[in-house]
Design a protein around this ligand. Sequence first.
Ligand code: PMP
Length: 412
Amino acid sequence: MQSALDTTFDIQQIRQDFPVLHQEINGRPLVYFDNAATTQKPLSVISALTTYYEGYNANIHRGIHHLAEQATAAFEASRRAVQSFINAKQWQEVIFTYGTTDGINLVAQTYGRRFLKEGDEIIISGMEHHSNIVPWQMLCEERGCILKVIPVDDNGELIMEEYEKMLSERTKFVSVVYVSNSLGTINPVETIIQKAHAVGAVVLIDGAQASSHLDIDVQALDADFFVLSSHKLYGPTGMGVLYGKLDLLDKMPPYRGGGEMIKEVTFEKTTYNDSPYKFEAGTPNIADVIAVKAALEFINGLSKEAISAHENDLLQYATERLSDFEGLRIIGQAKQKIGLVSWVMDGIHHQDIGVILDQQGIAVRTGHHCTQPLMQRFGIAGTTRASFAVYNTKDEVDRMIQGLRRVQKMML
Ligand code: PMP
């Protein structure tokens, strides 16, 4: 069955752009439904990497020779591309990191250690990835801050009344995920930010799962910090972005010390560079930063609207088919979701589901998805998760449903 939106873009042509999809796993054509862990990469991204290494590999910023200038221009062009992708007001607000985890740690270790003190309250939510829990716990341990958690209801939505009750003049920081990687829930981050600002708190949004599916406008959201990972939006691994409002970044101390982040060094005193360089010590991941521009161009070329319409179509279809499945329970029934569905099956461990699907060439993710507290909230050890990207089809969903039938036959 074809998607309603296949008329607006040609799915088979899009699939041609992704070499990795064209292989057999265990004798069956690969179905890749592990996109929330990392998306596959189009040829344009792969080619941006090889073009850099084959054509103009050089270190950036300080070189005056031709290749250094070419590499620097491409690196900084990527920063402008990210600026426009998230609608940041200024390019100085875009800092390259190693990923979402790195961005959150940067904020906790610089803003947090400088400005948060004993008794200050930090609010996160019950559906955070470990990377938006542990850095705040480490800070609380060191500084004596108090961590508060917005509870999650049975549908997998945040209980906003509880959030409102938690807010007070003691709330100094709120750090919340835009889209849950385990449930697919899209959180009302605009409201979360407004309410936090009303009590004077600063807000970080974990945009790891949101950025390839939803339009991101950090100015409209009024987010103080926003983090994302390139590898979840068709770009390279080990590369991400921290957006911060410039007045906040200017007040923050540097994260790592070293080359590039300084203005002048003497043994007596070092003065620091301005943002974003203040936060980019050492030789960065040059090739991957350059390739992220190609990834953003890939997304913009298709349009986020068309991509998410296609993924929503797949979500709806998969949800319907899974709902008909006896002995299967979907975890996460939020009204607003991205193309991601998680479930448990009576009497069958998720790991067995993953292994038997893999034997049929179907890649899904099983386990706690780095959200152990959320799994505890639902009283489960883990789920099986299928997460969709632009290149997935309804035929592939059908293959997964057939695969699950086989799982039941083998296990029950
Ligand atoms: N937050 C969310 C919501 C995620 O899905 C992930 C990746 N699974 C992360 C944070 C961490 O991202 P990374 O591993 O790229 O740092």
